[in-house]
Design a protein around this ligand. Sequence first.
Ligand code: MOS
Length: 745
Amino acid sequence: MSTQPSVGQSISRLEGKLKVTGTAKYAGEYNVPDLLYGYVVNSTITKGKIVSIDTHIAKAIAGVIEVLTHENRPSLAWFDLQYTDMDAPPGVVFKPLYDDEIKYNGQPIALVVARDFETARYASTLVRFEYEEEPFETCLDNNLDKARDAGKGFATLLKPPPPKPTGDFEEAFENAEVKVESEYRHSAEHHNPIELFATTTVYEGDGKLTIYDKTQGTINDQVFIANVFGLHYKDVRVLAPFVGGAFGAGLRPQYQLFLCVMAALHLKRNVRVTLDRKQMFSFGHRPQNVQNLRFSTDMNGKLTAMGHSAISETSQFEDYSETLSQWSHKLYPAPNTLFEYKLVPLDVYTPIDMRAPGGSTAMHAIECTMDELAYKLAIDPLELRLRNYSETDPSSEKPYTGKALMECYLKAAEKFGWDKRTPEPGSMTRGNKLVGYGMATGIWDAYQFPARVEAIITKEGKLEVNNAVTDIGTGTLTVMTQIAADALGLPMEDVTFGYGDSAKPFSMFQGGSAMTSSTGVGIIMAAKALRKKLLEKAKKIKNSPLSEAGENDVIFKDGNIHLKNNPVVFVSFKAIIAFNKGQVIKTTEMGKPHLLKLRKYSLATHSASFVEVEIDKELKTITVTRAVTAVAAGRIINPKTARSQIAGSMVWGISKALHEETILDEKIGKYINTNLGEYHIPVHADINELEVIFADEKDELINELGVKGVGEIGLVAMPAAIANAIFHATGKRINKLPIHFDELL
Ligand code: MOS
């Protein structure tokens, strides 16, 4: 029986059994001998200086080994540049335990190291700090006058500033026949993957470290640690085979890694540092923002002007930026546009990408504004999108490599039953519930990063592929195994994918919905070179039946190279290995985007979400009863894991619209709901029917695999679709997320 292609098949996660049986080990679970445990002490003030530290009582506790602070820490790299990482925004990177300065509430200021976690945590409460407090600003609204342009740097290459205005926006908007102006607000949100951030550092001696870290980028960590602690990068090995969710929080090396390695080097011991749930709120977040939108149309609903001004918070030391304001023009044509994006530095930690950063926030505002226009025009909201549909990207006037958004709209609308919607707000009911239907469009980037992949035919004639990429729960291990298996015509059982290890060939951090395209194309390139090498060897075997065969005359199937026109003639991989004196056959190739060719195109994934809400007539409690999301993201390698990505991000969409928010008490400059009891995320009872549809988008231009990415696009349209459904049910526009029932009372 010959092997069938696995790409396109719904394959269950290969590591699924390990995960559900608790066998998969996470960063804080490697029980190496003589392990010490570190617990971090965080600042209780927001801004100022540490004037004194008393560690005597803490140190006197039995089992406490050391208390590290800025006063007694080992020496560190001096230059700010050495602390940078692949995802560092422009500015000066925050350095834990560097000096006496407090820059934000929750800043790590000491590490207590003890023989066990409980002792370290207890002793941490006994370290006494005296501070000199300074005035601080953490309120975005009070500081809008300080808004200024975002700085530019390496990490902002993928986040271009808004383009120049087109036409005459003010004039066009002023004189428009139909117009809407609205303000939107989003609170900060913190990533709360179930796995806490943790690092286990194994001190190997001779300046060598093996580090298990919760990270999205093993090589990003490795280079950072080598630079900061003056180690040779080859002596630092970072492993992250399993990552229990990350969502962007692990794009940068976080402080538990830094402190754990510092303690291990200082004490020459194995050390683990695990953050607790409260500490998960002390680094990186989705920034709060204020957006002002002004859209206008003619009487037929054709957009005439689009204005979108966004102001976001950042820290006082780094300029984290997102793409917020210009998304509408990648979807809808309009002759007059004005897009602005500004930052307000506040005394908070630097924000960090959170799933669909910018896109999910901006599209909420854009697609609610479109909904408002639809009501003003008395046009069906879907019809308004169709009247402004563009096959090309209006902002760059370039064609898309592929855009199956029309199919998304039509298929999802049909599946949802959008035609049963009666337009009048409050016109649909079910018992004591108001029913609302809402829809919205989604758009997200289609990135590809360089990725180096090693492909090996082992002594047993099987295939091994290697790349440093992580799998943060997305299904990367499974889809890479599928891609590799098909590339050599092997069953998946004969393929192993080595990943989550900085000792493997280069990968960027796992982010930007870019891993299937990045590592996937790397595999295609390495496999192509491997097929060539295998054939060359096969031809050299004495009396080889393939001696006359060219690359196009053969097929690779089930561990053999067959003659295409006479498949009974073949040479097996095992025979080639034997001929190769039992040595493995290996190739290493770089997969990279075709930047020159792609410059002529616009690249994006698209989606459309349709949502039904039920709202209790008296209590105004909101339930998303069902949602359909259709996604156009090129070829789908594994419909099962891809569906799981989209469904998961639809849940996040519900969370963003109705639940999730970090509340900052501006009087003390501190987040106050730093636990999963008060930081609300949906539970099973909040989630009902979720339907995922993939459009049949054949994108031959984008890359060798025709894939885009599905990690983030499923979230983008959901918040607006929910807010629009709430308006349809109640006639109330609530433009601040999350929307709570009391605002509807
Ligand atoms: Mo993601 S926010 O690209 O990890």
